[in-house]
Design a protein around this ligand. Structure first.
Ligand code: ADP
Ligand code: MG
Length: 251
């Protein structure tokens, strides 16, 4: 990656949906409007993220307003931060820091990111570690070795991870062990959704969605491309979604 911290170039953005939340052209704008914790701003800066890309300017406010989102933006345009930033901004205190009676979104898994490959899940987990520096959230990457043992451990200790990053296969295996509950998940993100909504994964993805039973579950899908079939499936599982397309002619 010889580009280093240079920002992916901006592209045309087309948004569709009812009352589409307006874009924010800087992270400071987002902080003012949505009250980001200051640690999050510090972590953005130390990661070299000085100003948002097109998908971030548009997608982050949509997710911060708790809307469901189907986002299509080319590879390399910063989709990972577009969903992780609003997730961290809304996650609430790490359970280890909650005081008695403090209002929060409760305990247990509150965000799930699904990715089609272990390698991508690993990259997303690394991005989580950068953005969550200084906070005590438990962010768990489900791998072949960890999925079932971690779920067991969570039950024994009565404390689960705050965020899970996993392939559908690993997460379904952990669910089937009976030791993992996803009923307090508020943010479900499908990354590289064209693959996740394809026949290879769809059944497992649907199993995960069914386990995420909280009425305020927010669903978001991100992809570089989204074939008509996959888009239909994605929008069909959402409530009043917004659809944004970056850098492509909208149809
Ligand atoms: P995508 O998922 O759309 O292919 P990534 O999320 O992998 O893109 O991001 C591509 C690269 O751009 C990564 O190296 C990431 O660190 C960088 N990046 C993302 N957002 C920004 C930003 N706002 N400023 C600078 N670099 C960014
Ligand atoms: Mg990506």
């Amino acid at each position: 990656d010889k580009a280093g911290t240079s920002k992916p170039s901006k592209q045309r953005v087309v948004a569709k949906g009812t009352n589409v939340p307006s874009a924010c052209s800087s992270f400071e704008d987002m902080q003012d409007k949505y009250h980001f914790p200051s640690q999050l701003m510090a972590n953005l800066e130390s990661s070299g993220y000085l100003s948002p890309t097109g998908i971030q300017e548009n997608g982050i406010p949509i997710l911060l307003q708790s809307r469901d989102l189907a986002a299509i933006s080319p590879t390399g345009t910063g989709k990972t931060l577009a969903y992780l930033l609003p997730t961290f901004a809304q996650l609430g205190s790490p359970i280890a820091h909650q005081k008695d009676g403090e209002s929060s979104k409760g305990s247990g898994v509150r965000a799930v990111v699904l990715a089609p490959t272990n390698e991508l899940a690993h990259q997303i987990h690394n991005e989580c570690l950068k953005l969550a520096q200084g906070r005590k959230w438990r962010m768990v990457l489900f791998s072949k070795a960890t999925a079932s043992t971690l779920a067991d451990k969570a039950v024994r200790e009565k404390i689960g991870p705050d965020i899970i990053i996993s392939t559908p296969l690993r997460l379904v295996a952990a669910l089937q062990s009976g030791h993992l509950e996803l009923d307090n998940v508020r943010h479900l993100i499908l990354d590289e959704a064209d693959r996740l909504l394809d026949s290879e994964f769809l059944e497992q993805v649907n199993e995960v969605i069914a386990a995420c039973s909280h009425p305020e579950l927010q669903k978001a899908v991100f992809s570089a491309t989204l074939p008509a079939n996959a888009e239909k499936v994605a929008l069909g599982m959402m409530r009043d979604p917004v659809r944004i397309v970056v850098g492509l002619k909208d149809t």
